[in-house]
Design a protein around this ligand. Structure first.
Ligand code: NAP
Length: 309
């Protein structure tokens, strides 16, 4: 498993994060097998959110009911959750942030969150309220570290007018196929390319320059509802040829190469896997150790449909 020192903390973290958005229907044994495998291969971050699984805290509770970490496992694992999305609106009010964290801790069966992320930008955000919520949660020992998800540089800067806790993470959608984060910069200022439209206001360079670690959600999905691109020869024939051939060169698998495409980026982007299959966790962990060459990395980028001037 590839690891790197997390900026601002002095702690080493794994490049692979295990996400628990899809565990609502798994029985306890399957959840435990998934968690045990992740621990065995060196995953150090587990990703949750209050909203995963439908009714609030469903997946967090499934995890809490199924898994008891030993004290040494708990020390090694960073448990992360998110807050801010409600049914039909977003809510960064102090009361919602604090009470949701308390419910998340209860559902997960743990004493503290290692990281809390603000899930999606709230148009009605009051930075002072967020700051007060973060400070209270930190002072009470309920949350150690903080971050955001799906935020632009400007939204982070706005939060920082009041928030003094360090923003450690921004979790955003990124895969070889869904990669405006990376693609826009490669065709900057080219009026003929839709790809040059900057959809996140330069988030990649902003976070890199400030030591904010990006976490890539849906790393194997082509979009939000269009499915997995690995093995989808109908829509991505050239990309799948490239994945197969590069996998053979490295004695690996196409899914592992899709993981390696993200971990090869020098920004130390973490890959938030959503699999419920322990074998795929093992594959991704091995993939994170593969260092793709520049020609391989760019071939995957091009065959996914992106332009290179
Ligand atoms: N911050 C946000 O706004 C946000 C949004 C969405 C998700 N997330 C986080 O990101 C995590 C990952 O998201 P995701 O689940 O969409 O990521 P993903 O890892 O891209 O997708 C996982 C899904 O793809 C399937 N899959 C994986 N590899 C496959 C393959 N080679 N062939 C066929 N199917 C394959 C998995 O099935 P199997 O289970 O059978 O392997 C699972 O259903 C979530 O758990 C959550 O923690 C965050």
């Amino acid at each position: 498993m590839r690891t790197f020192p997390l900026p601002h903390t002095g702690t080493d973290v794994s490049s692979i994060v295990l996400g628990f958005m899809r565990i609502a229907d798994l029985d306890d044994d399957r959840i435990r097998r998934l968690v045990d495998t992740a621990l065995d291969v060196g995953v150090t971050v587990f990703d949750h959110a209050d909203i995963y699984g439908g009714a609030p805290h469903t997946c967090e509770k499934r995890f809490g009911d199924a898994v008891t970490l030993t004290p040494s496992q708990r020390e090694r694992i960073s448990i992360q959750s998110k807050v801010g999305i409600r049914e039909g609106w977003f809510d960064f009010s102090k009361d919602h942030i604090v009470t949701t964290v308390e419910s998340s801790l209860k559902a997960l069966g743990i004493e503290h969150l290692d990281t809390l992320l603000l899930h999606r930008p709230d148009a009605l955000v009051e930075p002072d309220e967020v700051a007060a919520a973060f400070d209270e949660l930190h002072a009470s020992g309920k949350v150690v570290g903080f971050g955001v998800s799906n935020h632009t540089p400007g939204q982070i800067e706005l939060l920082k007018t009041a928030v003094t806790q360090t923003i450690l993470f921004d979790q955003v959608q990124l895969s070889i196929v869904h990669s405006p984060l990376i693609a826009a910069g490669l065709t900057a200022n080219m009026g003929t390319e839709n790809q040059s439209i900057d959809r996140d206001n330069g988030l990649l360079d902003y976070t890199r320059a400030r030591g904010i670690t990006l976490q890539a959600w849906s790393p194997l999905q082509s979009g939000t509802a269009s499915g997995v691109f690995v093995g989808d020869r109908k829509n991505y024939p050239e990309l799948n040829d490239a994945l197969d051939e590069i996998a053979e060169v490295h004695g690996s698998t196409p899914s592992a190469i899709a993981t390696a495409w993200i971990t090869r980026h020098p920004a130390n982007i973490q890959v938030v896997l959503g699999t419920t299959n322990p074998d795929r966790v093992i594959e991704a962990a091995r993939g994170s150790d593969i260092r793709l060459t520049r020609p391989e990395w760019y071939r995957l980028f091009r065959t996914a449909g992106h332009a290179l001037p």
